[in-house]
Design a binder for this molecule. Sequence first.
Ligand code: ZN
Length: 189
Amino acid sequence: MDLKKIEKGMELIIEGLGKNIDRKKLKETPKRVSRMYSEIFSGIEIDPKKILGKIFKEEYNELVLIKDISFFSMCEHHFLPFFGKAHVAYLPDGNNVIGISKIARLVDVLSKRPQLQERITNQIVDIIMNVLTPQGAMAVIEAEHMCMIMRGIQKPGTKIVTSAMRGIFLRDLRTRAEALSLISSSIKM
Ligand SMILES: [Zn+2]
């Protein structure tokens, strides 16, 4: 990541805002913003496929659900935050499971880049399907978008819910219903 460029960009934004702002007070801001961006976009430099890491051999073929994973991301359309909770479920193939903290870490790495909620949702399940080859994977994300709250239609409290399903969650309504009912107790709509 080129922090100097980000700093320059921020200087231009401040310049573009016109003469009526007190530039002296904003002197350190470009540097601060560039350091902040290196943190909130730190996922860009990490390969999400490598996050899931070690797969454990374990005879288990019941639902695994990791609920209420909080995340913060930046909408790629407006560079404003969107944030909320991700719920991720998978049904192992009977032999392979992963450390549950790895799923939270996956959500983290995918969030810390310019993103769309729809895309994060799809990426989570596709990567789990790819690396772990479970019977199925499912992700539900509920989030609030600052670009809907502080600009545009200005609707605070509006939640966007996206979901993605693969494998058995698409085919088997009972498995899907089980996961959704476990998740829905935490979705306040
Ligand atoms: Zn936006």
